[in-house]
Design a binder for this molecule. Sequence first.
Ligand code: PLP
Length: 395
Amino acid sequence: MENKAIPYGRQDITGEDIKAVIETLQSDYLTQGPKIAEFETEFAGYVGSKYAVAVANGTAALHLSTLALGVNVGDKVITTPITFAASANCVRYCGGEVVFADIDPATYLLDIDKVRALLESSPMGTYKGIIPVDFAGRAVDLEAYKQLADEYDLWILEDACHAPGGFFLDSQGSRQYCGSSRFADLAIFSFHPVKHIAAGEGGMVTTNDEKLYKKLLQLRTHGIVKSEGAFTNTIDFAGGKETYPGWYMEMQMLGYNYRLTDFQAALGMSQLKRADEGLQRRKELARRYKDAFSGSPFIKGQSGVVEGHAYHLYVIEVDDRLGLYNHLRESKIFAQIHYIPCHLMPYYRQFGWKEGDMPSAEAYYRHCISLPMYPTLTSQEQAFVIEKVISYYDR
Ligand SMILES: Cc1ncc(COP(=O)(O)O)c(C=O)c1O
């Protein structure tokens, strides 16, 4: 019997989600309206941050963050090569220079020792910030990064696109949730359909810093302010007498239109209600993959079972990865590769990055493959995936 296609990730849209969107479409607001503030409050509550700013997508969240942090032409920022290109590109949008540091082959995350080595080998002030990525959903130990960042006067922008609900255990054994911004200046999320919370497109920036929060709000809408206390032109110029006229607004910095729509926020909020449930299911799937593959001679590494991991992806490392990829496709199992190392993208090669620069990331890329991982993946479907992986190597 023909099986149905099994992608590596997919959204789950329920009747409740559809109802929430329709209700919003029937309201007075189509673009940014009251649902945005509601979504921001709920999302901030979920990750444990003081503020949240909803934006058009995760890439816009990154761009606004680098703008708010003041990245300028030539500013050097460190990030990982094993991420979606947007984590690095946001530095380039501001004219900054991306400096890649290698990954830790055990966690697949930016290796803090490699970052420290970079910092130690350069004059103080060479670097401006670090963008650690909670790759695959595994939370970066931001307490350790914060210590390092403080030593070198750097900011931290956490790319938490893969990890809403994820956490690491700090030095006291307490859970520190991704995006809480306890140890980061800013954190960002994406609501692309393969992510934990889908809004079609969508993103969020979280922070505990009021100044950055206000700047993000302004940058999200063209750099415009509408409140009287913030105006710099005179009342007279604005055309008022004793107060500014009702129509008056000022564009005070170069901003963008990175707004999210109200109906996307309604979908995001409806999805957020089920986020913990989805996370629970992802953890069950991860445990089953790990149990199925532990001790298998063809497995060189895998995401495994890690406390606080949010399992956006479940990665295994294998020999003959291309053979396995094609074998799975024959059974309509669409595993995926995350990621082609960023520093070897033609765009980044032009800055001098080349093979051999990031040995761990490059070795990881030769073997990694992400297996299907999403809450509606049934146990039978997962068993089918596992059987197909094992049968490929047991031929
Ligand atoms: C780690 C990471 N950062 C940033 C992004 C960009 O998010 P978006 O696709 O919403 O722009 C993604 C999305 O794929 C991602 O996986």
